[in-house]
Design a protein around this ligand. Sequence first.
Ligand SMILES: CN(C)c1ccccc1CNc1ccc(C(N)=O)cn1
Length: 246
Amino acid sequence: MRIDIVSLFPEFVAQCAAFGVVGRAVERGLLSVHGFNPRDYAEGNYRRVDDRPFGGGPGMVMLIDPLRASLRAAREAAPGPARVVYMSPQGAPLTQAKVRELAGRERLILLCGRYEGIDERLIRAEVDEEISIGDYVLSGGELAAAVIVDAVARLREGVLGDAESAVQDSFEDGLLDCPHYTRPVEHDLGTVPEVLMSGNHAEIAKWRRMQSLGRTWQRRPDLLDEAALSKADRKLLEAYRAALEA
Ligand SMILES: CN(C)c1ccccc1CNc1ccc(C(N)=O)cn1
C-alpha cells in the first residue's frame, strides 16, 4: 500500500510512520509513505502557498495551484488510481468501518490543510472525500492524516503478528474492548479476575464478551444497538447489569 501525504510539513506525518508496528511494516515494504510539499510547486521567488480570503476575515487560504501541482506529482509518482482524502473538521466522522474501507485500497493521497483551509474549487475538483477525526480544531490536517496512516496500516495483511490483537480490537465488532490483565496475579492495585486463570477458554470468551457488552452499555450506549444483539449477548448483558446491582 502506498500513502502520499500532501502537506507543508510532510516529514511530520512521515515520522508517524517510523515507529512501532507501522514503522516495521514500512521497513518490511508492506507500506510506503511519501511526502509532497506544495511549497516545492509554488511559483515566484516567495513561493506563495496561501493568500488572503476573498470576502475578508482573518487568516489565510491555501492557493489552488501549488496544491494541484503537488497532487499531480503525487499521482504521477506511482501507477494506479489513488483515493484523495482531505482531512478537515467539515469531513465525515472517521469510523473503524471507514478505516477498513480505506485499508482495502492500494493507494491513498492524504491532503493536509493549514491556515483556514483550502480554496473550495480545489476541493471540488480534486478531493474524493473529506474526513474528520473528531469535532475539534487542529492547527493543521497532519495529525488527522497520521491517525489515518496508523489506523489503516495496522489492518493491512501481515502488519500485525498474531501476537497483536487487531481482530479483537474495540470497534472491530462495534463494541468496546474488554479489560486486560497481565502478571503479577497479586498486586497492591488488586488481583486478576479468577476466570482468566481458569484455563476454561469458553468461560473466558464468555466473560470477555460480557465485559465488552457491559462496558459499551455503560460508556457508549450510542454504539450499542440492543435490538441487534443476539439472544446470548442479551443474556450476557443482563448478567453484567445484575452483577452491578448485587
Ligand atoms: C486549520 N483548520 C481548522 C482547518 C480548516 C479546514 C481544513 C483543515 C484544517 C486543518 N485543521 C484540522 C484538520 C482536520 C481536523 C479534524 N477534526 O479532522 C481538525 N482540524
